[in-house]
Design a protein around this ligand. Structure first.
Ligand code: ASP
Length: 344
């Protein structure tokens, strides 16, 4: 905890202070540009986002799309077509995007398309709708120039699926024990894979504030591994896995989607920030709301929120230990931060 605090204060000191804006009735200095993302796999994602954010007129919307595409393109990673399949052996993808003007777009249960985040953006920008799913989403993607990719599992996903088939039990991994063991060796970094090569999470959520002071967010996932065919999690649901209000802040989540949907999680965190709560406190209040529903059950799942407000202040809170997030305020200098949690 002390390490985290001292890191945080150092990180804040090194942030460029570029301007000040009135918010919640106060005038405060704004630290921008900045991008934060779920997990330690967010570091290269943030770098990709910074390719946009480093330009004076780079839009947060383009930055979060580029960040999400970066991880979707890693075929051996946990997010996108390389992720774990559903219990019938198919990878199905969910994604959402939201800009600074309350525009939003999402796709769910999308198959064989590499960049669901860009399909979500197309839905947002070229249709009168917000959300397309399944066959309709796929047909829309193909019609808009996206290519159908071969229906093959990545090597790691295939290995994990074969192992899963032996017991065929749906038991989402809480992501804790192994991470803690490794964290002891490697510092506060949660590894992206378990020792057997399988993944410990499936979602990349990122939110950014650009030099013009505008917020946007993106969330992309292959969903919980070995889910029922047709299951959709929180990530593509606006207000659950992602929410952006340009007057207040931007929030995204990772973890067991059903629990996030139940409390309209990301929207709830934004509303707590609107009431004047700092990002970490806002995330904590939402996590407490979630734990209160069933405290015993909550010991067995993971949910983490990350939040960025209009001032460029950020924070995170999780149900259980093991969640980390990545913060980048200048290219090549991203930091992974351990998230405080309800259960210790
Ligand atoms: N939130 C995602 C879902 O429920 C999974 C994850 O974050 O790992 O689909």
């Amino acid at each position: 905890m002390n390490n985290r605090r001292s890191f945080l204060s150092k990180a804040l000191l090194s942030l460029p202070v570029l301007s000040s804006v009135p918010l919640f009735g106060q005038k405060k200095q704004v630290r921008k540009p900045i991008v934060i993302s779920t997990w330690d796999s967010g570091i290269p994602v943030n770098e990709a986002a910074f390719e946009v954010l480093k330009h004076k007129d780079g839009r947060a919307l383009d930055a979060v799309e580029q960040g999400a595409r970066h991880i979707e393109n890693q075929i051996n990673c946990c997010v996108g077509l390389g992720g774990n399949p559903d219990r019938d052996g198919y990878v199905t993808l969910d994604a959402s995007i939201m800009d600074d003007k309350m525009n939003c777009g999402a796709v769910a249960f999308l198959e064989d398309i590499k960049n669901p985040i860009s399909v979500a953006r197309k839905v947002m920008e070229t249709t009168p709708h917000v959300f397309l799913v399944g066959e309709g989403a796929r047909a829309f993607a193909l019609k808009n120039g996206f290519k159908a990719e071969p229906k093959e599992l990545s090597k790691e996903a295939e290995k994990a699926y074969k192992k899963w088939l032996k017991k065929s039990e749906y038991k989402p991994v809480k992501n804790i024990e192994l991470e803690q063991n490794k964290a002891l060796k490697n510092g506060p970094f949660a590894p992206n894979r378990f020792e057997d090569g399988s993944f410990n999470h499936d979602t990349m959520g990122l939110v950014a504030l650009d030099q013009a002071g505008n917020l946007s967010g993106a969330c992309t996932t292959s969903g919980m591994g070995f889910k029922l065919r047709g299951r959709v999690g929180d990530s593509p649901i606006i207000g659950a896995g992602l929410y952006v209000d340009n007057e207040v802040g931007a929030v995204t989540s990772s973890g067991q989607g059903e629990e996030v949907i139940r409390i309209a999680g990301s929207h709830l965190v934004v509303e707590f920030m609107r009431q004047g709560k700092a990002p970490e406190e806002a995330c904590r209040l939402a996590i407490e709301r979630l734990v209160k529903i069933n405290p015993e059950k909550a010991r067995d799942f993971q949910v983490g929120f990350i939040a960025l407000n209009k001032y460029g202040e950020y924070g995170s809170y999780a149900v259980n230990p093991g969640f980390v997030f990545s913060v980048t305020t200048e290219p090549g200098n991203g930091k992974v931060i351990e998230t405080p949690s309800y259960f210790k």
